[in-house]
Design a protein around this ligand. Sequence first.
Ligand code: SF4
Length: 194
Amino acid sequence: MAEIGGRREQMENDLPNGFAITSMERLVGLARKASVWPVTMGLACCAIEMMSAGTPRYDISRFGMEVFRASPRHADLMIVSGRVAHKMAPIIRNVYDSMPEPKWVISMGACASTGGMFNNYAVIQGCDHVVPVDVYLPGCPPRPEALINAILVLHDQIHYQEPLTEKRRREVARLAEQAALEATPTHMQKGLLA
Ligand code: SF4
């Protein structure tokens, strides 16, 4: 590995100005991470912070992400922002299934990740029961800066993800989903108040 790194460095030194060497995987990763479009999925108070991230003050347009797509066919990122009601779960899954591959999910806020303070029959205790999550963002609500940090973490994951392992990624998502389906049903989960 060190030898390959040394050879690449040597080749870069030998190249004329304006040339650089990289691998196809890194190039595809760069293109993917720089062209992520989120789908509209604001569910509760966290969505206000998500919307703030699109304003000039926080400016997620620096990543080309300021236009939240109304059609899942045009999007490859779902930011689940807010608590997920049981009624909403099939709709979220439907939207997720309509997004083209590869696609990613950020679970924004305590409610989306765990149900938060709403340990009751109406709220799903974590959106990973419904869709596979790539980045969990804690907070109630997380500030727009925290969402931007979660987006940067996701960018790193996308950049260094091997395109050839896409099949493996889908398999991991399927296993996570299966584990979530086999977990204790949310109506049987008891919190401190139960
Ligand atoms: S985590 Fe807090 S701000 Fe976000 S939806 Fe839940 S209660 Fe609202």
